[in-house]
Design a protein around this ligand. Structure first.
Ligand SMILES: *[C@@H]1O[C@H](CO)[C@@H](O)[C@H](O)[C@H]1NC(C)=O
Ligand SMILES: *[C@@H]1O[C@H](CO)[C@@H](O)[C@H](O)[C@H]1NC(C)=O
Ligand SMILES: *[C@@H]1O[C@H](CO)[C@@H](O)[C@H](O)[C@H]1NC(C)=O
Length: 354
């Protein structure tokens, strides 16, 4: 456990002095998820929380984009928490601006959040181009490749290219700030993981088709390149989180770069998430380590996965409680054409960790 404190004081000190150094705060732009007002004046840019100067500059020159970025920040929070609802670490630390150290240190959890954030911002922008919410961009290009008979290109493709360009400009800005000392290892880590997130987004561009023809005969299909939903990209990234590689900062020639720590010498792969610091087990509350613990978390007695009471409660045991759930029941079909149902109450047994 001791070794886990090694590089922590760096961020802790900066947090305490409130002079947040940029490599610790590169994810702080997520705090704009809390912005309630509509952003339509450049004067608002300097009042937005969590932005570094180059992000505030982008805000002034791309005001229209900001509302989309606010939306992206909300998506990141929601999707992260849903994706990790069955895990001990449940992404509650993302609640900006109270980032716990698990997002400030270079942990596996921060690797996931950076990757998801990079994917989400580009995803949201690409979709906004398609929906017409952004005037600056439009549908993605129609691919040149030929389609099977009965299929033709049409519809409006998600503008992944524009999403990637503008998204990375904004979310990578804190890591790209000039520092005399060169790139801090955490910045290298964040940049790498952001790129992994964007790669997962590129992999999520799939062909979607819609049927046409007499009464759904589907004699003609129009097809376009559309992005899968963010929750599917998040699942892909969760798999990468579970198999993430621990790296160290090593000089190679004149440059320093990240290389896998424990295994044979090989470069870091483009599609793997990397982290510098090991994580606690998140069983017990430990503010310094950024763990809120699993006490009072709901667990599943019949599951054998990470949400099972054994794993979730770390062997401490659990308490049962009953909950009333209201369901639709005794539904009747009425001619023509509606259904009426009654409400039935049922008690279910649930369990929370001691
Ligand atoms: C900006 O947004 C606010 C709040 O939605 C609105 O009242 C105001 O008219 C808008 N201003 C401009 C210049 O569009
Ligand atoms: C995550 O876990 C904490 C601590 O057990 C709990 O208070 C919180 O409600 C959970 N958050 C979500 C989004 O489930
Ligand atoms: C508990 O886990 C089982 C098996 O995975 C699943 O079928 C069930 O829906 C889960 N129950 C709850 C309340 O999530």
């Amino acid at each position: 456990m001791k070794s886990e404190f090694v590089s922590f004081p760096l961020c802790a000190v900066t947090l305490l002095t409130l002079a947040l150094s940029q490599h610790c705060a590169a994810i702080r732009w997520l705090a704009i998820s809390q912005t309630a007002e509509h952003i339509n004046k450049t004067q608002q840019c300097k009042t937005l929380p969590g932005l570094v100067s180059s992000q505030a500059q982008l805000c002034r020159t791309n005001l229209e984009l900001m509302q989309i970025i606010v939306q992206a920040a909300r998506e990141v929070k929601k999707t992260c928490q849903k994706t990790f609802a069955d895990m001990r670490w449940n992404c509650s630390s993302i609640d900006a601006p109270k980032y716990l150290p698990d997002l400030e240190r270079g942990t596996r959890e921060s690797a996931f959040v950076y990757a998801l954030s990079a994917a989400a911002i580009s995803h949201t922008i690409a979709r906004a181009c398609t929906s017409g919410d952004l005037k600056l961009c439009t549908c993605g290009p129609i691919p040149g490749d030929a389609l099977e008979p009965g299929h033709r290109w049409g519809g409006c493709a998600d503008n992944l290219h524009y999403g990637l360009v503008m998204g990375s400009k904004f979310s990578d800005a804190p890591m790209k700030m000039k520092k005399k000392t060169g790139l801090h290892p955490n910045k290298l880590m964040h940049l790498h993981n952001s790129e992994v997130g964007r790669q997962a987004l590129k992999d999520a561009l799939v062909m979607k088709c819609k049927c046409h023809g007499v009464s759904g005969s589907c004699s003609i299909r129009t097809c376009w390149r559309g992005l899968q939903d963010l929750k599917e990209i998040a699942q892909d990234l969760k798999t990468k989180y579970l198999s993430a590689t621990r790296v160290k900062h090593q000089p190679t020639g004149t440059r320093k770069q990240l290389v896998p720590k424990d295994i044979d010498v090989r470069p870091v792969r483009e599609n793997e998430l990397v982290y510098l610091q090991s994580s606690p087990d998140f069983c017990a509350k430990n503010d310094k380590m950024g763990s809120i613990g699993t006490q009072d978390r709901q667990c599943n007695k019949t599951s054998s996965g990470s949400d099972s009471c054994d794993l979730m409660c770390c062997g401490r045991g659990y308490n049962p409680y009953t909950e009333k759930v209201v369901e639709r029941c005794h539904c009747k079909y009425h001619w023509c054409c509606y259904v009426t149902c009654k409400k039935c109450e049922r008690t279910v047994e649930r369990y929370v960790c001691k």
